[in-house]
Design a protein around this ligand. Sequence first.
Ligand SMILES: C[S@@+](CC[C@H](N)C(=O)[O-])C[C@H]1O[C@@H](n2cnc3c(N)ncnc32)[C@H](O)[C@@H]1O
Length: 358
Amino acid sequence: MAADVVGEAGRAGVVAHLHRQADACEGLGSPFYAIVLRALAADASADGITARLLREHSEDLHDTAVGLRLLGGVHRLVLSGSAPAVARHYPSAGGDGHAAAAVAPILVLMANQEAAIRDALQRAPQTNEVGRAATLVGALHHLVAARPLPVRLVEIGASAGLNLRCDRFEIQTVDGVSYGWLGSPAVLERAWRGRLPPPTQPVEIVERLGCDPYPLDPTTADGALTLTSYVWPDQPERLARLRGALAVARQVPATVERAGAAQFLDQVEPRPGTWMVAWHSVMWQYLATAEQQAVLQRLDQIGAGATPDAPLAHVAFEPAADGEEFLVTVQTWPDVGLGSGVRVLGQAPPHGIPVDWV
Ligand SMILES: C[S@@+](CC[C@H](N)C(=O)[O-])C[C@H]1O[C@@H](n2cnc3c(N)ncnc32)[C@H](O)[C@@H]1O
């Protein structure tokens, strides 16, 4: 009897969680996932396969985004060709986008591929959003216009390091003017508007180095599959940007070390004749307060040794204090004419496009 009561409560929690994630997906532009998640909530409520798979996660539903882990596992099977009946309805696999029709084959797949789905439930969703490179490239334009030096790009929380190749992406303004690498397989359409960053000679990145506690290798089939599986299947622009950036990554090497931000920054120093640009996007919230402080102290320390010929910049694209807006900010050591302290260069939605430059 007691076990039944616990089971009931757990199931109710799963159902509520799936509805919350459905609402979030709807708000963030994935009506397809919203419909699928609501159908999975109904299945969980009726004690179907969804309840059986998620029951043991009922304690940590919200923190671990279990619904998105589950759908990431389904998407992985779809993209790898192991789920043709589901793929028929997944836009990312050329399907018809009929979410309601996808539900029955998804439930069959979850029952038949229980081990693969349970494995997916253990993995944190890992995304690397290429649209955020639009914010970084604009900031690099400001820096290089102020001091025309090649750039050593150092990224904390780099995920797969796709944005370490940002100079090899084509950036298009809302008026159709192109910046960056014309003809790149990665095109960021309608990415800039407002008071555009100053035109410069092409930004030259001479070193691409990042860190992440859970790095992915975008040059392997498995790394590419993992990254693609966490993009929502009815978001064709994000998928196209990701697929373009994966093609760039196969041509342009970059290194992402397995390390946390503070530990990683201990080993980097400015170098004469180059900008050292320390950059991060949508990762600050994952750092404990002590690590955030350690990162800022380390940047101050590096900055104290920076010179006009070996300057340091801290570029970030992170939520503002109110959590509503995402801001592009820059701070340089020494001041190169952009002003002292942290300056706001622009703002953008969470996926980075379009950037409103101020
Ligand atoms: C939302 S993802 C953003 C990834 C990438 N910056 C982007 O914008 O596409 C957050 C990243 O922060 C990483 N992360 C978590 N804790 C970290 C830490 N202590 N130091 C560095 N990166 C961390 C995660 O592994 C993940 O790759």
